[in-house]
Write a protein that binds this ligand. Sequence first.
Ligand code: SF4
Length: 586
Amino acid sequence: MPAGLPPKENKTFCILPWIHLTVLPEGSAKICCVTSACIHSEGVPLSLESQPLEEIWNSPYMRGVRRDMAAGRPVADCTTCYVTEKHGGVSRRLLSNTRWAAELGPLHDILLEEARRQDQVVSQMPLYYQLMPGNLCNLKCRMCFPIFSSQIERDPVHRQWVPTLYEITRARKPALDWTKGCVPLAPQPPEGVELDGFLGLENRNGQAFRWTNGNATVVVSLPPGVSVETLRLRLGRGHPRRHRLCVRVNETPVYDQIISRRGGEQSIRLPQALTGPELKIRLESSTFQPANDPRELGVALELLELIHTGAAENPAEKAPAGRLPAGPWYRDDAWVREVLLQNADRLRGLYFTGGEPMIEKQVEHILDHLITQGVAGNIELEFNTNCTILRDAMVQKLLRFKQIRIGLSIDAHGSCYEYIRYPSKWAVVGRNVEQLVALAGAQVKLFGGIVLQVYNALNLVDILEFFDGKKIPYTIEIASLPKFLAIDILPARVRAVAAERLRAYAASPSRCCGPEQQAHLLSVVRQIEKAKNRCTPEALRTLMLFTNDLDASRRQSVREVHGELLRLLEAEGFRWTDERSEAAAA
Ligand code: SF4
């Protein structure tokens, strides 16, 4: 490896930052799906929807990661791989290094050497992408998030439990666009708009909003030629009686009224049109404290918009290099073909996750494009599917590619599986797996992808037997989010039962397939046993409320499916009741 330390001595080097990008549904990107953070600049995720692909690929973050890895320095966002290796497991880093050294041949060292000479700028666009084109999915798995499942996004009960990841991984803010006569400023501020005195972004029935703390400001710079005439303001429901709101613009009062408990929309015409350099909108209101909520709240802002005359250039159109997608990247076919896949003839790998790739049209469009370009035969496809839908037309397209690795996202067996991956049916999944097994061979490889969490920790062996019985290799990934489903919230004695079952399975040669699989299972056993203990009564209560909320809305029963887990928790002193969260019970 000419770019730094010799490979055997370099315990942090991973080839992926030189060849790969993972692109998330909202446009942010990661060096791989395992890393703990998006590619960012001073903590703000970069987005393909607001910055050219080339700028992200060779951003200071990416170059810093490459420099660190080449020098053998650990990268904080890659800790998952280092922890797996510390416990004797085979990390994504080790797998990727082996796979791509073989796949790229001499190109491997050429790429690294060229980047080293250019201070870690990689001239070629990625040769291998993981794409998550949207969140269209037919399931709402308990450990999943709205950005990966349209079903969870639409489910008011599930969504209220997992809004945070959406906000954490949200793409860089969109640029202000002064060309359309109307500019939204809040609750999700574009780049260049400053909010002060607002609480975090919330979501109610699909409507984003923020509470103010009673004295909130929104500040925006007005470009030359733009003149603001009207403010449009929409408030959500939930205010008490006789709640007052006063709006000032550049400290001049423009609105002072008692607002409706149900909220509503107001157009506030300014006494005179305002020009720059700056506009400061202050929302002063009475405050109140709702029952069972420690927060002091002002008003629930669903929309604050400026109506203006005069047009300035759209900064997105002035982007120095590279075209930006119009709207969500995966809905702009031309951008996907011409920008993202500009190096289709050099592409070596493409990995689709979702959403559910079997039903996402953009996945099929990309496959069609690569087949039409005559490059499908050069590309190894990877594909994660929940196995609930198998479309023959899609399967025929997959078979046009050099190799296809199909990841079967199945975390448990039978009723436990159905409980986690609602509203799937085990019988359907079993039939589809049989069909895929019939395709498996030199071109089609299957592997199982199991997410270890509270709901399957005690029952893992059932799904391992299923995969081993069909000679399908598998990997177990330990869920760290959502935190209330991570196994480290379970009492040590419950984790010990789970670890012991897995150890016994790994030690049984008639059941567990092969030494590699056995080594992987034993590394998972060690991670279960050594997991930092985060078990507290509060953590278990959060698990219980989440579980009961979802059970009630899905007509499922934790007592029927997870009776053993509840008995073990009871033995550790935690009493599982039918209590639900305030919000869900309301
Ligand atoms: S070291 Fe691990 S987490 Fe980091 S880029 Fe490589 S595979 Fe991903």
